[in-house]
Design a protein around this ligand. Structure first.
Ligand code: CTP
Length: 210
């Protein structure tokens, strides 16, 4: 069984020395890849830059931007049975990447951003029969309602709802709390635990049985 997992926060270049990114550290995605690695499974981890070492027994693909991640995911997802998008993909990138290093001037600097591709929504549109798609919803407000909206809009099987407003869990923490929402109103409370424990529980729920 081929399993594709994404992790980390993408980097969107502004110029030769600057980029826009987010607070993702990749810990949740790496924990899932580690938990998924087992005989009989081919696990591919597509990762934006993180400070973590690639888990043993996993094929590792390093990417930087949302566009690079989109290309790698498109290529690897074709024959994957399960795709878990734990990466924090930038929703916007600078419209133009300045060559060299931008030099400061008088006055303000207005940076124009354009939308990136929604990788998971594209997968949801092109999925093949039997392929299981899992997304993450990082929310600060209306956690379950927003997560349910993403499940529907992106045509997923499961979404892991993550409250990133709580300091003891989420970005950078070794712990997390996840509620899994599935098609047809299914709701599986994974509760609070280490990211590794939650990775195991998440896989128990989302792994195709046949
Ligand atoms: N995602 C993606 N491509 C993007 C943005 C997000 O594939 N360009 C994926 C993430 O990996 C995650 C899920 O979509 O699994 C939810 O991402 P999130 O940023 O929380 O949701 P958005 O769709 O960006 O919605 P909003 O800005 O309303 O929170």
């Amino acid at each position: 069984m081929k399993i594709v997992i994404t992790a980390g926060g993408t980097r969107e270049k502004i110029d030769a020395v600057r980029f826009i990114t987010n607070r993702s550290t990749g810990k949740m995605g790496y924990a899932i890849a580690e938990a998924a690695a087992a005989p009989g499974r081919r696990v591919v981890l597509i990762s934006a830059p993180t400070a973590l070492a690639a888990p043993a027994g996993v094929e590792f693909i390093a990417v930087e931007s949302a566009a690079e991640m989109a290309e790698a995911v498109r290529r690897e997802a074709v024959d994957a049975r399960l795709v878990i998008m734990a990466a924090a993909v930038a929703d916007y990138r600078p419209k133009t990447v300045m060559p060299g290093k931008f030099k400061k001037r008088e006055g303000n600097w207005v940076l124009e951003l354009e939308r990136t591709e929604d990788i998971l929504a594209s997968l949801g549109q092109s999925r093949h029969p039997g392929q299981v798609l899992v997304g993450f919803a990082a929310e600060t407000d209306d956690l379950l309602a927003n997560a349910a909206g993403k499940l529907e809009r992106k045509n997923l099987d499961w979404i892991a709802a993550n409250d990133v407003s709580r300091r003891e869990i989420g970005f950078g923490s070794d712990n997390n709390a996840i509620t899994l929402l599935g098609r047809g109103g299914r709701k599986v409370e994974l509760g609070f635990g280490s990211k590794r424990e939650l990775a195991e529980k998440l896989l128990q729920t989302v792994l195709p049985r046949d």
